[in-house]
Design a protein. Structure first.
Length: 158
């Protein structure tokens, strides 16, 4: 009998967003590309769909070449963005930064691998909910797409 594959992302806990985190999200997300065109009312509609996921240090959250099913906003911690063929990491992202948006917006496989540096807490928005929000806010989607394309241009520089 084959043994189950070892998951590469070690999830320590998953739970809905608690009231104490809503203020942080409102403050943080209203400045983040994707969310910057959202009013508080719209943001309030997104929050119930977000889950706070805690990952063990070294977890691989997105793998280059795989399909994308969610995007993430870092609550606490840092991740490294790495790409095959690059000697150095492409970027290091920390609290308030987001990742995983490119596959959802550009309809492409994951452009890079995202690894938690230490223990990481990140808000996760599944692609189905991301699309629902994106459809309602074309301006917001356009600004996030612009950033995704800038990130893609950097990746093409290897
Ligand atoms: P995605 O392609 O879905 O999965 C890998 C993620 O790495 C990608 O979305 C971006 O969020 C992130 N990423 C890729 N390239 C860069 C970059 N140049 N700068 C910062 N983040 C990046």
């Amino acid at each position: 009998m084959e043994s189950a594959p070892t998951p590469s992302a070690s999830i320590l806990s998953v739970r809905p967003v608690e009231p104490a985190e809503v203020a942080w999200l409102e403050k943080g997300m209203l400045h983040v590309g994707f969310f910057s065109n959202l009013g508080r009312a719209q943001l309030a509609k997104v929050l119930p769909y977000m889950l706070l996921v805690r990952y063990a240090a070294g977890s691989v959250i997105c793998t280059e070449g795989e399909p994308g099913d969610a995007m993430y906003l870092i609550f606490k911690g840092a991740v490294l963005i790495t790409k095959k063929g690059w000697k150095e990491p492409v970027a290091r992202l920390k609290d308030g930064d987001f990742f995983g948006e490119m596959a959802l917006l550009l309809g492409e496989p994951r452009s890079a691998t995202v690894t938690a540096v230490g223990e990481l807490e990140a808000f996760c928005l599944a692609s189905v909910d991301f699309k629902r929000v994106a459809e309602r806010s074309p301006d917001m989607t356009a600004s996030l797409r612009q950033l995704a394309e800038e990130r893609r241009r950097k990746l093409a520089q290897s």
